[in-house]
Ligand binder design. Structure first.
Ligand SMILES: *Cc1c(COP(=O)(O)O)cnc(C)c1O
Length: 187
């Protein structure tokens, strides 16, 4: 028999609902990641039924399979410049760390009559994705303010991932600091 994974849909659903319930208690929105099952629509549908905020996948090819689902779609990685057209068409939000790519996303979003949201990634040592340089980050944020097709949804970071950096209080405080600096600058 060819190796395969059997998924108990009842248990899967109960687990998703349990996570959603725990996060609701803290006012945290949950994005259901679909890349671990290649965005199989039956499983993604369970995320929708459970009332998650969005589905998220690192591959636009997977997100394209979920076009019919009535839920926000997130590209969970920095887009390739060659897939900008599909990113705008099939996803609502993407992670970004390069202004040159964001400029292309803006141009394409305007062409398609959409506003695409970006989460600006900040590298805190994990070396997967994100701006390293804070001046570069602020300059990018400022340029995005004047774009018609792009809106900044927030900031993000990647930990316990590529570089296996373990998140500490300091990492979280650093993110809060950056948020506060921006808040003060935009007032
Ligand atoms: C999964 C993931 C990636 C890598 O995606 P691949 O499809 O494995 O190339 C990059 N960034 C983030 C945040 C991810 O979750």
């Amino acid at each position: 028999m060819y190796p395969r994974v059997l998924i108990n849909l009842e248990k899967f659903k109960r687990n998703v609902e349990a996570v959603k319930h725990m996060m609701d208690a803290h006012g945290i929105e949950v994005y259901g990641v679909t890349k671990v099952f290649c965005a199989h629509p039956v499983l993604a549908e369970i995320y929708v039924e459970a009332g998650l905020e969005a589905v998220a996948d690192s591959r636009i090819r997977n997100i394209m399979k979920l076009e019919e689902l009535e839920i926000k779609k997130v590209l969970l990685r920095i887009p390739m410049q060659t897939e900008v057209e599909e990113v705008i068409r099939f996803s609502d939000i993407s992670l970004n760390s390069e202004i040159s790519t964001i400029r292309l996303l803006d141009r394409e979003a305007v062409r398609q009559g959409k506003v695409h949201k970006v989460i600006l990634m900040i590298d805190l040592g994990d070396l997967r994705e994100g701006f390293y340089d804070e001046d570069e980050l602020s300059e990018a944020a400022e340029e995005i303010q004047s774009m018609k097709g792009i809106e900044i949804l927030g900031i993000g970071t990647n930990l316990t991932c590529f570089g296996a950096v373990i998140p500490t209080l300091e990492h979280m405080e650093r993110m809060l600091e950056i948020k506060e600096i921006w808040r003060n600058e935009s007032e």
